[in-house]
Structure formats: C-alpha cells, structure tokens
Design a protein. Structure first.
Length: 319
C-alpha cells in the first residue's frame, strides 16, 4: 500500500455512517473549545493566568474527548489534522472537508455559548474575560497584557511578541500535534488509549510552547470560535485581523508533516523493489533451467531410439 491510498484513519471510521462521524466532530469540537474557553477565562479569574494549569487541563480535555469520540470519527477535532489526513490518504477528501466544516461550527457554537454565559458588569467587562482567552500576538499577546498588569509594558522596553515569533511557535507546536495524530493512527496497532494519551501530551506541550506568545491557538477551529465573539470588545487588537495566522500556521505544519510521511512511504516502497526483482529473476532462472533439463532429456531419449533402430536395421540386413 502506498502512502497516498485512501485508508480510513481507523477501522471504525470506515464502518460508521458519514453523518455520524461528522456529528462526532461537531460535538467533540464544541466540547473541547467550550472547555478551553472556560479554562482560560473563568479558570484564570480564580487561579490567575497560570500556564502550567492551562497546559495541563488543555491536554486532559483533548485526551478525554478523544477517548469519547475516537471510535466514531477518529477524533481529529482540528482542521490541521484533517488536512494532513487528507494529504496522506488516511481520510477521503469529502470526509475531511465535512470534518473541517463541523469542527469550525463546533468552535463557533462554543464561542457563542461562552459569550452569553459569562457574567459581565460595568467593572467586569467582556474584554477582561477575553484577554487570556482570545488568540493573538503583539499587543494581543497574553504576555503583553499580563506583564502590563505588573507595571511592565513590553512596548516601553522595545520588546514585542510579534508575528515572526507567533508563526514560529505555532508551526512548531502544530508539527508536534499533527505528527502525533498521524503516528498513532497509522495502522501499526496503537490502541485508542495510546492515541488519546499521545494527543493529550501533544496539545499540552503545544500549549506550554505557545500560550505566552499567542494564547495557544494550535487549532484553527478554537481560534475562530472565540475571535468572532471577541471582535469589537475593546481588545488591544481586533482578533479577526490576526486570525489568518492561526489558520496558516497549523495548515503549514500539516503540509510539512504530510510531505515527510509521503516521502518516507515512497522511500520504503523503493527499498522493496530490488527484493522483488531478485525474486522474479530467480523464478525465471529456475524456469529456464527446468526447460533446458526437459529439452536435454528429450534429446537423450531421441538419440537412444535412433541407436536402437539402427541396430535393428543392421540385424535384418545380415540375415
């Protein structure tokens, strides 16, 4: 099997109806995004902006929801993972596109829910809730806002957590996440539990890498859902203007991982070709030798028959 043949990411994905699988991606994405929004907003209000707390719970959320829905859709929950699965042939293109639509709708639904459930007042505005929750860089970076609360303004010291750093950390984290997803669903017998644990660790590590800089987008659906409802809420930068970064980076990471997987598959296929050719040559050689032996045997029999006939003729003439 080559790396680009369409083989479902799990056996269950092949056996379940498409509508059920798309529904699982929708509901799973909603649960994940809602939980992360709540952790970053309500959790930060209670425990403060604690990166270890946010990274740990983010990883647990992804792992738990992967366990719940992994046997239905393969638990992708991230457009970047779906893109990589389509590029490597693990998911059919139509299925992958519908997964992505469902994932984004799930994120938007979670953003709407958190928008209308969070309590606000004149003193506690929606901006306060959104500052540690929305994804952004530069003035929308979590570090920029947090350090500002301690009397340190990064801009005054000529320090910016700008777009270059944002792209770097998001791409690196995206590669870790996408590679983990493909590696634990590549048909080598990994269990659903191993896949869930791997995804939890990958998202936890990704959050630890990116949260101080970008608020840990990692997932375009997660970034989109909150950006829509944080727009025009008085943040330092409008989230929708920076949203493109949190789509480009994960998709770029998915393309890089998919390219590596495809090239590795092609190299593995080429290594098997000489063995096949050698086997064919041996078979053909044996066939030729067999034919030659048969031919030699037939010639021998003909010679013996001719010799016997000649002796018989001489005996008749003598008589």
């Amino acid at each position: 099997m080559t790396a680009v043949e369409a083989t479902p990411i799990t056996k269950e994905e092949q056996s379940k109806p498409l509508t059920l699988r798309v529904g699982a991606e929708l509901v799973g994405s909603f649960i994940i995004c809602f939980a992360i929004y709540a952790i970053c907003s309500l959790g930060s209000a209670v425990y403060g902006i604690n990166m270890a707390f946010i990274a740990l719970l983010t990883g647990i959320v992804y792992a738990a929801v992967t366990v719940i829905f992994g046997s239905i859709s393969g638990a992708q929950f991230n457009p970047a993972v779906s893109v990589a699965a389509m590029l490597t042939g693990k998911t059919h293109v139509l299925d992958g596109i519908l997964y992505i639509i469902a994932q984004v709708l799930g994120g938007i639904g979670a953003g709407a829910a958190i928008r209308f459930l969070l309590p606000t007042s004149e003193q506690v505005t929606f901006k306060i809730w959104m500052t540690p929750t929305v994804n952004g860089f530069d003035k929308n970076s979590v570090s920029y806002s947090t350090l500002g609360n301690y009397g340190v303004t990064l801009g005054n010291y000529g320090v910016t957590l700008g777009i270059t750093l944002a792209i770097a950390v998001e791409v690196v984290a995206g590669i870790i996440i996408v590679a983990s997803a493909l590696r634990t669903t590549d048909g080598h017998g990994e269990s659903k539990t191993n896949h869930a644990v791997a995804m939890g660790l990958a998202y936890g590590i990704g959050t630890a890498i990116t949260y101080p800089v970008t608020g840990a987008a990692l997932n375009p659906a997660r970034a989109t859902g909150i950006a829509i409802f944080a727009q025009n809420q008085g943040l330092n930068e409008e989230p929708l203007q920076q949203l493109w970064v949190f789509w480009i980076c994960p998709v770029l990471a998915a393309a890089v991982v998919a390219l590596v997987v495809i090239v590795a598959g092609m190299i593995g296929t080429k290594k098997n070709v000489p063995d096949t050719v050698e086997t064919i040559d041996k078979v053909e050689g044996n066939t030729v030798l067999g034919e030659a032996s048969v031919a030699d045997g037939n010639d021998g029999e003909q010679d013996e028959q001719s010799y016997a006939q000649a002796n018989a003729d001489e005996s008749v003439e003598s008589n």
